[in-house]
Design a binder for this molecule. Sequence first.
Ligand SMILES: C[S@@+](CC[C@H](N)C(=O)[O-])C[C@H]1O[C@@H](n2cnc3c(N)ncnc32)[C@H](O)[C@@H]1O
Length: 210
Amino acid sequence: MSDKESNWKFADEIVVEPEVIARARQQSLELGIDPIAPSVGAQAAVVAAATDASSIVEIGTGVGVSGLWLLTGGTHATLTSIDSELDHQQHARTFFTEAGIQSNRVRLITGRALDVLPRMNENSYDIVFVDADPQSVIEYVEHGLRLARPGGTVLVAHALWKGRVSDPAQRDDVATGFRTLVTETAASGAVVSALSPVGDGLLQITKLSE
Ligand SMILES: C[S@@+](CC[C@H](N)C(=O)[O-])C[C@H]1O[C@@H](n2cnc3c(N)ncnc32)[C@H](O)[C@@H]1O
């Protein structure tokens, strides 16, 4: 194993996942829903805590693994989470309750993200977390940058998409979409961005004040 591989493995395995999130992860895997890695969750929690986030949007609730991590860091935050599958959100609601999170801190919206996002207020959110269907990731980030307040951050899970983004020979739509996103945000003067290799990759994009 190379140094980089052992660093990556260590960073992933060192995270201690709270018990409720570990159970949500198990449920997610049983339902065939891909949850974020514990290291990605921990990093999202750090961003939420470091920015003292009060309002978070999540695109792709799943059964709540990422939302629980975000609220672990954003201890006073409210979470608005969108998913097209009611069944997934019902499981998530159970885990939020079991984690002791007050119901008025979590608003679950059932619907297709591209139908819901245009109706949401711009410049209003501290964090927008993107983890739904990867084919639409660029549109989700465009909406996320509109919804984020200046200084707010868009977090994009799976930004290295199964090792395919770093390999230019991989030209499928999803790998190309993530690669374009990473490249364009790195070159943009309107944001600062960083690509973390934890888990399956986490792209962090902070919107600069004008
Ligand atoms: C990878 S899972 C999310 C996992 C979750 N973020 C976690 O870490 O626990 C992707 C989710 O996006 C939802 N989804 C897929 N297409 C969607 C769409 N067009 N609009 C909203 N949600 C969608 C799926 O139902 C699924 O729950």
